[in-house]
Design a protein around this ligand. Structure first.
Ligand SMILES: *[C@@H]1O[C@H](CO)[C@@H](O)[C@H](O)[C@H]1NC(C)=O
Length: 394
């Protein structure tokens, strides 16, 4: 969020859709024997009683086990994600798993307590298919009557608790991407007929056409002219868990695009993506302020300039705060944009605040705030007003 500047006047920019989350798969590989989590069918979660230190009491089996091989307190700290298969079999999960649509997805994550995150659609639509239960030593996530739409990332976060105050330990999250291959729907269904996506200069853009099967072959297409877009892996790449990424958007990437998935003799098109190119600044502006003089004699004119040198074609807006404001001095500014010589494509944006015939009320701090789509920065200068010199100056 901090990267997004919410200028009211630019409200139409739907920045929310632009937040590109770098999905870092920090899959902690399981090193422990999943058998240890074998459930007793029908066991109710035992009431958690506070135990001092680590929870190593696993019944007689664990107690007699040699710590070297079996559960050690250290191993316990690492959450461990397992998939519960039929007949009480457990499987450590890697980066991705496939579950047949209609089947039940059951994940267990070691930790007490743990917190889960699921694909947004599941979070928003509670139709009773998802249940999350915290047991004494692990959290269990169960999703029944699954469909291709459930495809996505499932994450377990161990929680760090102090008394009743718990927070997610993001660094220790364990993620698994679950595909639910749907024989009818190659793409995870979207509720929108089309999606508007902004292409920002130098910001990777994701076209989130998500397939339900990792086996599907996915290509990218442009509507007009109807061509397949080359995916070279550098400029544009494809990730079966994410969709297509345009790494360094350029104006020519704009337009209507869509994905096509094929598997067997099924071929389907995704939602349409309307890509709009925006000259988006890399950083907030860095204004420099300068007053024509730090000490002005009553009756003289004052100029305070605020200058931003930045990327070309990136609009900068200026606002001013000045001492005369309270006493109703009208703002009187001159703004200009001019190219900057030299190799880099830069421009200088300038706002000059002019104060004619300075009076005592004009003494004080002049603050210029420069805004662009990436943020705002203020700079100030102090101006002193001195009385008209009746006698000779030193
Ligand atoms: C799952 O599907 C079965 C059979 O269609 C149905 O009886 C059951 O109510 C469904 N469960 C949930 C939680 O939707």
């Amino acid at each position: 969020m901090p990267l997004v500047n919410l200028l009211g006047s630019k409200g139409k920019l739907v920045l929310g859709t632009l937040l590109i989350c770098a999905v870092i798969l920090e899959l902690a590989y399981c090193q422990k024997d999943a058998q240890e989590q074998r459930p007793t069918p029908g066991t109710r979660p035992k009431p958690s009683k506070p135990k001092p230190g680590k929870t190593t009491n696993k019944g007689p089996r664990a107690v007699t086990a040699k710590p070297k091989i079996k559960a050690t307190p250290a191993a316990q700290a690492q959450p461990l994600l397992t998939q519960v298969l039929n007949k009480g079999k457990f499987k450590k999960v890697g980066e991705a798993v496939s579950v047949q649509t209609g089947d039940t997805l059951e994940l267990r994550c070691r930790g007490k307590p743990v917190s889960w995150s699921v694909p947004t659609y599941l979070e928003e639509e509670d139709d009773g298919r998802l249940s999350i239960v915290q047991h004494e030593r692990y959290g269990a996530l169960t999703l029944v009557n699954t469909t291709g739409a459930d495809t996505g990332e499932y994450t377990c976060y161990p929680m760090y608790c102090e008394d009743t105050d718990c927070r997610k330990e993001y660094g220790k999250a364990v993620k698994v991407f679950v595909f639910f291959p749907d024989p009818q729907e190659l793409f995870v269904p979207s509720s929108d007929y089309y999606e508007v996506i902004q292409l920002r200069t130098n910001w990777p853009t994701v076209l989130p056409c998500q397939v339900t099967s990792p086996e599907a072959k996915v290509t990218l297409h442009r509507e007009y002219p109807p061509v397949e877009v080359a995916v070279d892996g550098t400029e544009i790449s494809f990730n079966v868990k994410k969709g297509f990424t345009i790494h360094r958007p350029r104006p020519y990437h704009a337009g209507a695009l869509y994905c096509v998935a094929s598997l067997g003799n099924l071929r389907q098109s995704s939602t349409k993506y309307m890509l709009i190119y925006v000259n988006y600044p890399m950083a907030p502006p860095a204004p420099v302020i300068q007053a024509s003089s730090t000490s002005v004699v009553v009756g003289e004119n004052l100029r305070v300039s605020c200058i931003v040198v930045g990327e070309q074609n990136v609009a900068v807006e200026f606002t001013w705060e000045y001492p005369g404001q309270q006493s109703g001095r009208p703002p009187y500014t001159q703004e200009s944009v001019s190219p900057v010589g030299g190799g880099a494509a830069q421009q200088q944006s300038q706002s000059v605040l002019l104060v004619d015939e300075v009076r005592d009320v004009d003494q004080g701090t002049y603050t210029c705030t420069a805004h662009n789509l990436q943020g705002a920065k203020s700079v100030s200068a102090t101006v002193k007003v001195v009385p008209k010199a009746k006698a000779k100056k030193p």
